[in-house]
Design a protein around this ligand. Structure first.
Ligand code: IPM
Ligand code: MN
Length: 353
């Protein structure tokens, strides 16, 4: 397994290092050979090369079997709306150039943590759904610009039929493999692009008669996510809505530090936590590495089809939560362990179980 390691900015390097420990432990246990090559992306890449996603990084990704990604972002750029190049462009260019049109963000609850959620325990306990976010279209990539000497700005929310079809197909297929319930989230009462989504979904639904398909406006979906998270099985939606709703959904679990993701599509798949670069914690060895470790579990499952390996990582993560061997975001007044301590604990658990 040739893995491209793209730690990026902020807490990225710390959390990716812990995922690497888990991957190494798995490979030792199951007899796989693994090699890593590191490359720059985000603010650190801008500093070193002027580009947020240098060609050399892209080449490495193309030649690798999977990409393990940390985070990008730096507050320095957040408050400078005139910056010519931004760390986030690195992530967006990577998604676009690798053709990663689908972002899979599973939302699962851990029994031990249901009390950590700001939502009532009975609402959260047992919630388990998959958000499928379209990742290379919509407003993120549509024509954008300024007019009127800069006093007017626009971003175009554009979708082509083929983009909508391929992501909805994935949605139906995931629903077939799960509880056969697909929720298509859009804003078809207002947006033309959403009406195209809904039209295509209605065309496709008869091909999946076993799947119960429902349609939900995004504002309502934002409410239902916290009102009845267990309603959802598979949710599919466009890029911007998916960005927003998955941050919201991460709270159901109890901590954003637990949400993993896989970005899949045409070229090499990318595995990354959804939490971002968390600059306040960078270098402090306090960030929760579990989302990145769970992303490594998704890597075994999705990139290599190695389900047992993925399961072994999940078991170790659950054990660390059950044993309260966790970072401060999950410690709930108990002892908080450091990022690297949690990483070592998980790797050791894998080795010994
Ligand atoms: C995410 C992030 C990115 C996005 C940013 C960093 C560009 O928020 O992966 O959800 O908006 O897609
Ligand atoms: Mn986001």
């Amino acid at each position: 397994m040739k893995i491209a390691k793209l730690p990026g900015d902020g807490i990225g390097p710390e959390v990716v290092e812990q995922a690497v420990k888990a991957v190494d432990a798995i490979c030792a246990k199951f007899g796989h050979e693994v090699s890593y090559t590191s490359a720059l992306v985000g603010a650190c890449a801008i500093e070193a090369t002027g580009s947020a996603y240098p060609d050399s990084t892209h080449q490495l990704c193309l030649e690798s079997d999977a990409v393990l990604f940390g985070a990008v972002g730096d507050p320095k750029y957040d408050n400078d709306p005139t910056a010519k190049v931004r760390p986030e462009q690195g992530l967006l260019a990577m998604r676009k150039n690798l053709g990663l049109y689908a972002n899979l963000r599973p939302v699962e609850t851990f029994d031990k943590l249901v009390g950590k959620s700001p939502l009532k325990e009975e609402l959260v306990s047992g919630a388990d759904f998959m958000c499928i976010r379209e990742l290379t279209g919509g407003m993120y990539f549509g024509k954008k610009g300024r007019e009127d000497n800069g006093d007017t700005a626009y971003d175009t929310n554009i979708y082509h039929r083929y983009e909508v079809e391929r992501i909805l197909k994935l949605g139906f297929e995931y629903a077939m493999r799960r509880r056969k319930h697909l929720t298509v989230v859009d804003k078809a009462n207002v947006l033309e692009s959403s009406r195209l989504w809904r039209q295509i979904a209605q065309e496709m639904a008869p091909k999946y008669p076993e799947v119960t398909t429902d349609y939900m406006f995004v504002d309502n979906a934002a409410m239902q996510l916290v009102r009845q998270p267990k309603f959802f099985d598979v949710m599919v939606t466009e890029n911007t809505f998916g960005d927003i709703l998955t941050d919201e959904a991460s709270v159901i679990t109890g901590s954003m530090g637990l949400l993993a993701s896989a970005s899949i599509g045409i070229h090499t798949s990318v595995f990354e936590p959804i939490h971002g670069s968390y600059p306040q914690a960078a270098g402090k060895n306090i960030a929760n590495p579990l989302a990145t470790i769970l992303s490594a579990a998704m890597m075994f499952e999705y990139a290599f089809g190695l389900m047992e390996e993925g399961k072994a990582i999940r078991k170790a993560v659950t054990a660390s939560i059950d044993e309260a061997y966790v970072t401060e975001d999950l410690a709930a007044g108990g002892k908080a362990y450091s990022t690297s301590e949690v990483g070592d604990w998980v790797a050791n658990y894998i080795k010994n179980n």
